[in-house]
Design a protein around this ligand. Structure first.
Ligand SMILES: NC(=O)c1ccc[n+]([C@@H]2O[C@H](COP(=O)([O-])OP(=O)(O)OC[C@H]3O[C@@H](n4cnc5c(N)ncnc54)[C@H](OP(=O)(O)O)[C@@H]3O)[C@@H](O)[C@H]2O)c1
Length: 307
């Protein structure tokens, strides 16, 4: 025994046959890579996406490469609470037991914008949509022993500040600030969910993960000047999506992973490198703030969790 520990990779994902995994935003980027890896191991992957026509091609490719996987498409617009409720109803009707929910979808650095519900777009999509979806799927998750909820955050959560008096950025909008806050909310939500699940005696686990920096479509709103300035450095920090998704995949499938853990790349800058448990930033480590965010999220979405 002993020697160098093996670096975690997708070949270590245990058999997923008979398991149902719901992935938000599975039609592209990290979500699609995660879907591919889980389907390859035999999971039935549910693509919860806002544009089912766009995702249909990805689903067909997956069917062709992993014939046993039987992927399914469900329409979900996380920026619209009515759509979240409809998607949750469809998911509960079709899949009364869910093994894995990966809260992956996200938008970054969007122009100031309000959703139909009146919420700031990044906070609504990245946090509130996932908060409501998870609450509405809780019974289906609890129907499977050891089911997991994995919420994808970002190392940028470390720059986030939770302005409880202005979660909707009504007093001033900054695209970077709003993204950082939404990613801080992702992590605080995952940690508080784990605390509440454990307190209720459920064996459902909540974990978080972040991909480091991965080449996906997420950067579509990066302002031109920032893009030009950072382009020469990008190859030093960026990794392909198939590696960026590994932290989330490990949180989702590693039998040794524990509720409340936060996985990410452990290289020098935490943008790439082997994946393992990372340390949440200081602003994500205050349980009173988790509780406060939870109460605000219940109030804003109208979804009250039933533990
Ligand atoms: N890439 C990185 O370096 C990086 C770093 C830190 C964190 N992350 C996080 O990783 C996650 C995945 O991002 P990615 O890099 O894979 O970016 P991506 O390629 O842009 O994928 C994001 C996915 O989210 C979906 N989405 C956006 N708004 C949605 C909505 N209202 N309802 C449902 N789905 C919606 C998108 O669907 P459409 O195709 O319809 O737009 C897309 O499939 C995000 O949570 C992001 O914050 C990524």
């Amino acid at each position: 025994m002993g020697g160098t520990p093996r670096q975690w990779g997708e070949e270590l994902v245990p058999d997923q046959s008979g398991r149902t995994a719901v992935i938000t935003g599975a039609g592209s980027g990290l979500g699609l890579e995660t879907a591919r890896a889980l389907a390859f191991r035999g999971a039935r992957v549910v693509f919860a996406v806002r544009d089912v026509d766009k995702a249909a091609a990805a689903v067909s490719r997956l069917r062709a490469s992993s014939p046993a996987a039987t992927p399914v498409l469900v329409r979900l617009d996380l920026a619209d609470q009515a759509s979240v409720r409809e998607a949750a109803k469809e998911l509960n009707d079709r899949f009364p037991a869910i093994d894995l929910l990966i809260n992956n979808a996200g938008v970054m650095w969007t122009e100031r914008s309000r959703t139909a519900d009146g919420f700031e777009l990044q906070f609504a999509t990245n946090h509130l949509g996932h908060f409501a979806l998870t609450g509405l799927l809780l019974d289906a998750l609890r129907a499977r022993p050891g089911a997991r909820v994995v919420t994808i955050g970002s190392y940028l959560h470390k720059l986030g500040r939770m302005r409880f008096d202005d979660l909707n950025s009504e007093r001033g909008y900054g695209r970077y600030r709003a993204y950082n806050r939404s990613k801080l909310a992702n992590l605080m939500f995952a940690l508080e969910l784990q605390r509440r699940l454990a307190a209720s005696g459920a064996d459902t686990l909540s974990l978080a993960a972040h991909p480091g920096l991965a080449a996906t479509g997420l950067g579509r709103n990066i302002p031109g000047a920032v893009r030009t300035l950072t382009r020469p450095l990008a190859p030093l920090f960026l990794q392909p999506a198939r590696l960026g998704m590994l932290a989330g995949l490990r949180a989702a499938t590693d039998p040794g992973a524990r509720g409340g853990e936060f996985y990410g790349p452990l290289g020098l800058t935490e943008t790439k490198g082997p994946v393992g448990p990372a340390r949440p930033g200081r602003s994500a480590r205050d349980p009173r703030a988790w509780e406060r965010l939870w109460a605000e999220s219940e109030r804003m979405t109208g979804v009250a969790y039933d533990f």
